[in-house]
Design a protein around this ligand. Structure first.
Ligand code: XUL
Ligand code: CO
Length: 438
């Protein structure tokens, strides 16, 4: 292990009464919960972009983070150093996975050819570190949104040359993801959306977006990439309207273009709230459609209303997220990638550790509570009862699709509605709180 963060030792589980701020109180990787080790349920991931590449920049000000690599001026030397730093951080935190965009790990050069050469060089370093540590790649992706060429979108750019460039970039990113045994590949629609309908051919843009996804599937077959493809919904930001608005919209889009068997969803908490949904809502919609794949763990600030990507500390949300994930049978290829960044004012090295510890402990506690709620069948029993009228009589006929409007009218003419029961929301919320309080 490099010794870049020598002031911080490996973060250990010390239990809930620990006074050591650099310890886990709830995340105990080998502890078994609901028949599986915590680390295998949670499959935590580090986001390379926020943790290594980001510097605390916002629209009003420049970089604030104080990092050991700040003085390195050679771009490739810097990229290599960051790889070493990334793996040391993951080892010290006990984070078993990471996720990256192509442009996070290696700087873009003047030509695509040279950019790809640079990528290969850094992938060599990453591959060696993966071998040394056993840390794995949860998913790879391509940044087709930062460079000015993507100002009007990538797959949905009105300019075919940009579509071609994006395809070349995605092709290369898939190749390196495969080389690193990535368990998945994410498509987040960077600038795939529009600013104004006055200059936009929506139908052509949606067709082109679907074509790009189909081409990626074809290429995966060609090179034998077996990882899971994900789409990450987001309603707005950077564009006013992003095509992958929310889980429901993405599922509809994938079905329209016959792509739904090839993709699952990567649900991000802060994107859910930007869409006006809860995190649980997005997970539920993905789950009931058989498309829950992976999670970008973070949280927004409802008073701000933009993508603040904060480390998740909201225990209520974490419990309900883990509830959906467990009811889905747990992660298969996916995991909890902390697409989370430190506040601009949290510029010290220790803050990286505090950020990850807060998120990991929150989800560890969320897992334990959710497992108990499921074990006790608290909500399932209530919900099953609430819908029990579909188990027999007219309800069963409806559920079995055996009757039409005429029979239903005949039934309604004979039976006044007399069986409505309370939704008991407040009672259920109190029960949930009691499980959280422990
Ligand atoms: C942007 C976002 C991305 C994706 C990967 O809001 O969440 O970082 O997770 O491109
Ligand atoms: Co994300």
């Amino acid at each position: 292990m490099a010794d870049i963060f020598s002031a911080v030792k490996k973060i250990e589980f010390k239990g809930k009464d620990s006074k050591d701020p650099l310890s886990f109180r709830y995340y105990n990787p080998d502890e078994v919960v609901a028949g599986k080790k915590m680390k295998d349920h949670l499959r935590f991931g580090m986001s390379y972009w926020h943790t290594l590449t980001g510097g605390g920049v916002d629209v009003f000000g420049s970089k604030t983070y104080d990092r050991p690599w700040d003085k390195i001026t050679d771009e490739m030397e810097l990229a290599e150093f960051r790889v070493k730093a990334a793996f040391e951080l993951m080892e010290k935190l006990g984070v078993p996975y990471f996720c990256f965009h192509d442009r996070d790990i290696a700087p873009e050069a003047d030509t695509l050819e040279e950019t790809n050469r640079r990528l290969d060089k850094i992938v060599d370093v990453i591959e060696a570190e993966m071998k040394r540590t056993g840390i794995k790649l949860l998913w790879g992706t391509s940044n087709c949104f930062s460079n000015p060429r993507f100002m009007h979108g990538a797959a949905t750019s009105p300019h075919a040359e940009v579509f071609a460039y994006a395809a070349a970039q995605i092709k290369k990113a898939m190749e390196i993801t495969k080389r690193l045994n990535g368990e998945g590949y994410v498509f987040w629609g960077g600038r795939e959306g529009y600013e104004s309908l006055l200059n936009t051919d929506v139908k052509m843009e949606l067709d082109n977006l679907a074509s790009m996804l189909q081409l990626a599937c074809d290429y995966a077959d060609e090179i034998g990439f077996k990882g899971q493809f994900y789409i990450e919904p987001k309603p707005k930001e950077p564009t006013k309207h992003q095509y992958d608005f929310d889980a429901g919209t993405v599922i509809g889009f994938l079905k329209t273009y016959n792509l739904d068997k090839k993709f699952k969803l990567n649900i991000e908490a802060n994107h859910a709230t930007l869409a006006g949904h809860t995190f649980q809502h997005e997970l539920r919609i993905a789950r009931v459609n058989g498309m829950l794949g992976s999670v970008d763990a973070n949280q927004g600030d409802l008073l701000l209303g933009w993508d603040t990507d904060q480390f998740p500390t909201n225990i209520y949300d974490a419990v309900l997220a883990m509830y959906e994930i467990l009811l889905d049978g747990g992660f298969k290829t996916g995991g909890l990638n902390f697409d989370s960044k430190l506040r601009r004012g949290s510029f010290d090295i220790e803050d990286i550790f505090y950020g990850y510890i807060s998120g990991m402990d929150t989800f560890a506690y969320g897992l334990k509570v959710a497992a108990k709620i499921i074990e006790d069948k608290v909500f399932e029993k209530f919900v099953a009862d609430r819908y029990s009228s579909y188990k027999n009589g007219i309800g069963k006929d409806i559920a079995d699709k055996k009757i039409g409007f005429k029979e239903l009218e005949a039934y309604a003419l004979k039976h006044e509605v007399s069986t409505i029961t309370s939704g008991r929301q407040e009672m259920l919320e109190t029960i949930l709180n009691n499980y959280i309080f422990g």
